[in-house]
Design a protein around this ligand. Structure first.
Ligand code: ZN
Length: 128
């Protein structure tokens, strides 16, 4: 597939996730959550996790902001669902950018990584 086609595909994916998120909402029975924001853009993301025996059993996010921040939260939620906290410990910037599939500018980087930050915070806020 040509690079240009790929880029369009990923851009479509982001618009689609922004308009029709799969993982948006309140998670009942969550036992870990965290909220973070990106003041530069006004993005806000709350990640809620249900962790059982060290595995992310379910995840939902809520919040508001630009399409990059919201789409990346939705895609990240898909990615982490079913994985163990141990596996996700090493999750980092480059992984999220790969999931997102587009190149982001320095300003947009904070938008793209906000959900990762909230997720990492949530894993520290585990209550039982
Ligand atoms: Zn943003």
């Amino acid at each position: 597939m040509a690079e240009e086609e790929l880029r369009m595909l990923y851009t479509e994916q982001i618009i689609d996730r922004y308009k029709n998120p799969r993982n948006f909402g309140e998670l009942k029975g969550a036992n870990a959550e965290a909220e973070d924001m990106n003041p530069i853009c006004g993005d806000r993301i709350k990640m809620q996790l249900k962790i059982e025996e060290g595995r992310v059993f379910d995840v939902k996010y809520s919040g508001e902001g630009c399409s990059i921040s919201q789409a990346s939260a939705d895609l990240l939620a898909d990615f982490i669902k079913g994985k163990t906290i141990e596996e996700l410990k090493t999750l980092q910037k480059d992984d999220v950018l790969k999931i997102l599939g587009i190149e982001v500018t320095a300003v947009r980087l904070k938008c793209a990584l906000l959900s990762l930050k909230a997720f990492k915070l949530a894993t520290l806020n585990l209550y039982r």
